[in-house]
Write a protein of this length. Sequence first.
Length: 53
Amino acid sequence: MKTVNEMGWTARMTLGFLVLLIVGAGALAIYASSLKPPHRTYEQVIPNDRFPG
């Protein structure tokens, strides 16, 4: 006879998967917040009549 507090294997697997999913999402969020964006420099060339070509 099962008691009310017993969980089946499907419920345990689902609960474990959800816990892993939440922990993984939290770890990704912490990792993403610690990254710095790459520094890029842009050079704009303005046409000038003094230079041939």
